[in-house]
Design a protein around this ligand. Structure first.
Ligand code: LRH
Ligand code: MN
Ligand code: MN
Length: 424
């Protein structure tokens, strides 16, 4: 389904007067509004191909229908999101859930929608039909060299696919670990994993990055071989300058101080980027900002401060991606909500009075420091986001327009109700 420009223009025309009223008020309250606008426009959030269909749990899946059946349809869906918000300008493929075949035509379809290819993700956490060795007891950590070799080769193949598509990063998440004490020699598992990663790293093109994700538990419930940021940091610092730690917000033990982790990784030049989602209990993969929006803001607060201190480009120097799953929502609506929440947290962090905060910190004025942060967090910057969309040619209210245009019904008509999503 293609979105016509006129649909967006008509929608914006109808909402314009109310929008301008709100923006004018915001301008009178927040002097930095016009400095923040271009930064907001620049920030693009990658959409994972596996989040475009309805998710599920091991207990079941309830598809809402109209799910993409091919890479082309996944690109079309992300194109639709991008047309609505001009903030979802790339797609991240997961191989072999996605099997890119005709690279040139996939690339040109993406370009037609104004999209590029974000990181490519490898998958050595599931066995694929016809695969010679099983990953039941791990992949890059495996006690059997032949299994490790198979997993290394898969990662190198994923890099090759990514090169064809114009990706610039390989994202590695390992489910490797153990379910019971005694199952694994931790030191050997670490060393095997490191050696395997070194072989993959050696195959990275010069302008590529390797992002190593960590996760505290699941599917292994006793140990994970890349369990936390410290372990990921250890691997990436041993690998070399093109390796970075990737922070998936849902991959921490309860109550972890993620903003502090982010700050230190950034300080050490080892923060690769994010998988945004939200979590109440574990790797819940809920809509970003739906459970702990203040935490999200605090993460962005560290990002803005830390990136500025290192003179980094906010939009380009880190990977920004969603990694979510939607069991009861329309996936596209959910993704629109996540992008909005991410950009809102970013905007709030951008208006923090940094000079005043530094002064409060220098004076140990704890109350003032809290007031400064919460003043930014509690400012309603939604009109600012809407204005950045308006200027970029997107919809003032993407979710509203998505519903007004009955997008899901059109997709169901076009693609049917047969459930097709792959992935978790
Ligand atoms: C693992 C994970 C990782 C995978 C994705 C499907 O929980 O976060 O990023 O690639 O989910
Ligand atoms: Mn993830
Ligand atoms: Mn996850």
């Amino acid at each position: 389904m293609l979105l016509h420009r006129t649909s967006i223009e008509d929608h914006n025309a109808a909402l314009l007067a109310a929008h301008q009223r709100r923006l004018q008020y915001l301008r009178s309250e927040v002097p930095q509004v016009d400095d923040v606008l271009p930064l907001l426009t620049d920030l693009q959030i990658a959409i994972p191909s596996w989040a475009l269909g309805t998710g599920g749990t091991r207990f079941g899946r309830f598809s809402g229908g109209g799910e993409p059946r091919s890479i082309a349809e996944k690109i079309e869906d992300v194109g639709l999101l991008h047309a609505l918000n001009q903030s979802s300008g790339s797609i991240s493929l997961h191989i072999p859930w996605d099997v890119p075949e005709n690279h040139a035509s996939i690339r040109s379809l993406a370009a037609q929608h104004g999209l590029r290819f974000d990181a490519v993700n490898s998958n050595t956490f599931q066995d694929q039909p016809g695969q010679q060795h099983s990953y039941k007891f791990g992949s890059l950590q495996h006690v059997d060299k032949a299994v490790r070799k198979q997993a290394i080769e898969h990662n190198i193949e994923v890099i090759r696919q990514g090169v064809e598509l114009g990706s610039k990063a390989l994202s590695v998440w390992l489910s490797d670990g153990s379910c019971f004490p005694g199952q694994l020699n931790f030191r050997k598992a670490f060393q095997n994993t490191l050696e395997s990663l070194q072989e993959i790293y050696a195959a990275l093109p010069a302008d590529w990055k390797l992002w190593l994700e960590y996760k505290a538990f699941e599917p292994n419930f006793y140990s994970t071989t890349v369990a936390d940021w410290g372990q990921s940091y250890l691997y990436v610092s041993k690998l070399g300058p093109k390796a970075f730690t990737l922070v998936d917000l849902g991959h921490h033990l309860p109550n972890a101080n993620i903003e502090q982790i982010v700050s230190l990784l950034l300080m050490e030049g080892r923060l690769g980027g994010f998988h945004f989602n939200d979590s109440k209990y574990g790797d819940d993969d809920l809509t970003t900002g739906s459970i702990r929006p203040y935490q999200l803001f605090l993460i962005f607060n560290e990002l803005v401060e830390g990136m500025d201190a290192r003179h980094m480009n906010h939009a380009q120097d880190l990977g920004w991606m969603i990694d979510a799953s939607h069991n009861v929502k329309d996936p596209l609506e959910d993704l629109l909500q996540s992008v909005e929440a991410i950009k809102l947290a970013y905007a709030q962090a951008l208006i923090v009075d940094r000079k005043a905060l530094a002064a409060a910190q220098a004076n140990n004025d704890v109350v003032r420091a809290q007031e400064i942060l919460q003043a930014a967090f509690r400012t309603d910057l939604r009109p600012l986001l809407a204005e950045s969309r308006l200027r970029a040619g997107a919809a003032l209210a993407p979710l509203q327009l998505f519903r007004e245009l009955n997008v899901r019904q059109s997709l169901i008509k076009e693609r049917g109700t047969t459930a097709v999503a792959t992935g978790l």
